[in-house]
Design a protein around this ligand. Structure first.
Ligand code: 2P0
Length: 320
């Protein structure tokens, strides 16, 4: 009744923002992401009949904040009348700071809990289970370039390119390591209800998905760069025009964008993307990653840099 799984966070190039069904946590749009290799979350789930309540420790400390969502995830996977669980989590990067920590956490939890509960679920089943806890989590079940298709009643995953077949590098510029002020779930609902740009965001998503899919299939970096930056800025425009406005950027976020623009002007293969937090992720051609890393590290306000290649999907480390 015990299993451990590891999952890596994923970074969306074509973003998920907004839900079409809040109760089932179904996204309003499809999305495309890359799964990272060097940032990870490990989840150990032990189902134990002698426990009276679920318990969670994160990096060695008791954590009650994340516990309700993890308990719901376990209910989804193992059923509400399951044994209570002792969950032990390890994570090697800042949590809840716009680095997709919930994606890797829920992907790993879904895989570990399914095994601990003695289930043998398909990827499609795991995707829908993980997606109910966190819309971006399903994408971390698979590696490389992953498309999440938003179907009528469920979601489906496709690998567009394996991680080794287009080995891009991601440089993450940390501009503020603390947790974000507004969580994604709440912020998405504010956008859906109040942003005048929300409807057009949803309506135009298929166009961006199609352009990005085509670029990834042909490994066309320039085409991918253009559509990913456009999609990112469009999502943030939806947020900025919400009431109250949702602004995750700080001044260093903007300076990092200017650094990326300058590098692009010098012919360096890189583009930016920003999620629900102030960090900037620069996706790079492998031969240009060191230059991008040095330039972002020298940008005022950048407190730390993380570099990652692309990696595989969630996997079981120990279990039945
Ligand atoms: C993404 N984000 O596609 C987008 C871009 C943030 C900005 O998916 O409410 O934590 O749990 O389904 O998965 C973050 O949203 O939200 C997210 P819920 P989740 O990566």
């Amino acid at each position: 009744m015990r299993a451990t799984a590891i999952a890596q966070p994923n970074i969306a190039l074509i973003k998920y923002w907004g839900k079409r069904d809040l109760s089932r946590n179904l996204p309003a749009v499809g999305s495309i992401s890359i799964t990272l290799r060097d940032l990870f979350t490990e989840m150990n789930v032990e189902l134990d009949d002698s426990l009276r309540s679920d318990k969670l420790s994160v990096n060695g400390s008791i954590d009650s904040k994340m516990l309700p969502r993890l308990s719901s995830c376990l209910d989804e996977v193992a059923g509400a009348n399951r044994a209570r669980a002792n969950i032990v989590s390890k994570c090697n990067f800042p949590i809840a700071a716009g680095l997709a920590s919930s994606a890797s956490a829920f992907a790993a939890t879904t895989v570990a809990a399914s095994n601990a509960a003695g289930r043998s679920s398909t990827v499609a089943e795991l995707a829908n289970l993980a997606g109910r806890s966190s819309g971006s989590a399903a994408r971390s079940l698979l590696g490389g370039f992953v498309e999440l298709e938003n179907r009528d009643e469920d979601i489906a995953l496709n690998v567009l390119q394996e991680c080794d077949s287009w080995p891009l590098v991601v440089v993450v510029a940390i501009t503020e390591a603390g947790p974000k002020a507004v969580g994604s779930t709440e912020a998405m609902e504010i956008s859906r209800k109040t942003s005048p740009f929300y409807t057009s965001w949803v309506e135009r998503q298929d166009e961006d998905l199609s352009t990005a899919r085509d670029a990834i299939m042909r490994r066309d970096f320039e085409q991918l760069a253009a559509v990913a930056e456009h999609n990112c800025l469009k999502m943030h425009s939806v947020m900025w025009a919400s009431r109250p406005p949702i602004v995750y950027w700080n001044s260093a976020t903007m300076r990092c964008l200017q650094t990326v623009r300058k590098l692009q002007g010098e012919g360096i293969g890189t583009f930016f993307t920003i999620d629900a937090g102030p960090q900037v992720k620069a996706v790079c051609l492998p031969e240009d990653a060191a230059t991008v890393q040095a330039a972002l590290a020298a940008t005022a306000g950048v407190s730390d840099i993380m570099v990652s290649g692309l990696g595989d999907g969630a996997r079981l480390v120990t279990g039945a």
